[in-house]
Design a protein around this ligand. Structure first.
Ligand code: APR
Ligand code: ZN
Length: 264
């Protein structure tokens, strides 16, 4: 199917939706300067073996690996990244009453910075760092400052172990968060998936639940994904171009928030 035809199909599906779920991965933030893990725009895990740099057991036994990765690869990018037009388009779909939940695998907090509400962060958020001993919370700025002095930051209050509020490889997802995401896909009328290779579970299980319910699956991605075979339609390209175009293609009459009548 040509892109124009897929866009038309996606636009028609979304025009009828009132309980859409958006499901995002690293690709939505690629154009904000955050490198992806796999596929276009990044090869993070081929350079930094996750079993060494992002595994929970290793985080405790050899913390200098994670923290050197964080210092070199993540902290500068995260301190200086901003939402792009793709994030903005998702917020617009939510404002129009088409999308009601956003599920993200990303830990960069950019959906919220773009004004999106009801964001379910499956893998946590790397702007918060908890002391595992006293519960003191540190900000990204705190960590950046501490890492100028010492590679492995320690709690400012008690000297305890500080951990980013994210899910590491080998960690379980927060059960309530996963439950909320599962409920969202179990009741949605469409899922719009953006910028994910759909290789990591249990996150990638969520679109499969939608497929079993025989609801439409729209995949917008630069490059192929594992679940392309079950997509109702696929929009190939960059999120910051495709998503605003998709919003533009939805006519005003298709929105689910009818404009208030003007006073007589
Ligand atoms: N627009 C849309 N898609 C893009 C763009 C873009 N501008 N740039 C890259 N992509 C695509 C890539 O080609 C790839 O197909 O986005 C996808 C990103 O896939 P991954 O890097 O695998 O990211 P994701 O699926 O979110 O990874 C899942 O794996 O490492 C763990 O916990 C980490 O949450 C992450 C999870
Ligand atoms: Zn502490």
């Amino acid at each position: 199917m040509k892109l124009a035809e897929s866009m038309e199909m996606a636009s028609k599906i979304l025009a009828d939706a009132t309980k859409g779920v958006v499901f995002t991965g690293a690709g939505i933030s690629a154009e904000s300067g955050v490198p992806t893990y796999r596929g276009h725009g990044g090869a993070t895990w081929s350079k930094y073996d996750p079993s060494r740099y992002a595994n929970i057991d290793n985080f405790f036994s050899e913390p200098e690996y994670f923290w050197s990765f964080f210092k070199e690869v993540r902290s500068r990018v995260l301190s200086d990244c901003h939402p792009n037009p793709g994030h903005g388009a998702i917020t617009e779909l939510q404002k129009r009453g088409i999308v009601h939940r956003i599920i993200t695998q990303n830990i960069d907090g950019l959906h919220q910075l773009a004004g999106s509400q009801n964001v379910i962060e499956l893998h946590g958020n790397t702007r918060f760092f908890d002391c595992l001993d006293c519960g003191n919370v540190h900000s990204l700025d705190d960590i950046v400052k501490m890492q100028k002095e010492t590679l492995v930051p320690k709690c400012q209050a008690c000297g305890g172990v500080v951990k980013p509020r994210v899910v590491f490889f080998g960690d379980a997802l927060d059960s309530e968060t996963l439950q909320n995401a599962t409920e969202a896909v179990a009741s949605c009328d469409v899922i719009l998936i953006i910028g994910s290779t759909l290789q990591v579970y249990p996150a990638a299980q969520l679109p499969i639940i939608v497929a079993k319910r025989k609801k439409p699956i729209i995949i917008a991605n630069y490059g192929s994904t594992e679940l392309d075979p079950i997509a109702t339609c696929r929009l190939e390209g960059k999120a910051s171009e495709i998503l605003p175009a998709l919003v533009d293609s939805l006519s005003d009459s298709s929105t689910n928030n009818p404009k208030p009548e003007s006073p007589k």
